[in-house]
Design a protein around this ligand. Structure first.
Ligand code: ADP
Ligand code: MG
Length: 226
């Protein structure tokens, strides 16, 4: 009886996810198809701008597919020992240029010398998705992404704060739900990926905000024990 209920629940979730995916992919696909039709019939009307739009629609479909792969877990991620320092630095380096363009700066307290038993690629993905959200939240006025750390015997706690507009309290519980987005060009999959990866690393993540100013993300990850 209980198994049956669980099964039904899982199918319902799968159905919702499938509906979401179909919906999210259909729009960009329609625009790519329209473009190809125009290309065939009115080759001379194809502007560089329409190339740009079609390209960004294809990138969107590709982003959605990559995010969903994290859920599908075709093969378990390879875990190895890797320093927190490298994960954070590599991610900041990757985004710094893009951040500076919209007057967003990173300010990290010294990164503690801790080793994590982890999938480095996946953890970089976590910080990439979080930093991107902070940059996008502040891109109108600029601001600072602050990073601080607290090392405990078995865990490291990483705090990421921004001074964007924050997240209304009643929406905090919605974060991580597939396709929840408030952005015109958002996929609403970034935080779903984050939650999944953190869970796979036996960590915790929490979002705090008073809903008027700034967001704080607290991530707890187990330290490799030697
Ligand atoms: P996307 O970025 O594509 O919208 P995400 O899953 O990354 O999808 O984020 C979901 C939503 O959570 C965002 O659309 C935004 O409303 C909210 N959000 C996430 N991080 C922040 C932040 N740092 N500041 C304000 N809002 C945020
Ligand atoms: Mg995002």
């Amino acid at each position: 009886q209980q198994d049956y209920l669980l099964q039904t629940e899982k199918l319902a979730v799968a159905g919702q996810l499938a509906a979401g995916i179909a919906h999210e992919i259909r729009n960009p696909l329609t625009s790519v198809m329209g473009f190809l039709q125009l290309l065939r019939e009115h080759f001379d009307q194809v502007s560089p701008e329409s190339y740009r739009i079609v390209w960004s629609e294809l990138v969107r479909i590709s982003d959605i597919a990559s995010s969903l792969l994290v859920l599908a877990k075709p093969e378990p991620a390879q875990f190895c020992n890797y320093t927190l320092d490298t994960i954070i630095r590599d991610t900041i380096t990757l985004l710094e240029g893009q951040a500076h363009k919209v007057n967003v700066y990173f300010d990290s307290s010294p990164i503690p010398d801790v080793t994590l038993h982890c999938s480095p690629g996946q953890l970089k993905q976590v910080f990439l998705n979080l930093f991107k959200n902070s940059i996008e939240a502040m891109e109108d006025g600029g601001g600072t992404i602050r990073l601080s750390y607290d090392v405990q015997p078995e865990h490291v706690i990483i705090e990421v704060t921004d001074d964007g507009p924050g997240i209304p309290k009643h929406l905090l519980a919605t974060l991580g739900q597939p396709f929840y987005t408030t952005k015109e060009k958002g996929t609403g999959l970034g935080l779903m990926v984050v939650y999944n990866i953190i869970q796979e690393h036996r960590g915790h993540i929490q979002f705090d905000s008073d809903g008027t100013h700034g967001t704080r993300v607290t991530i707890q990850l187990p330290i490799a024990q030697f």
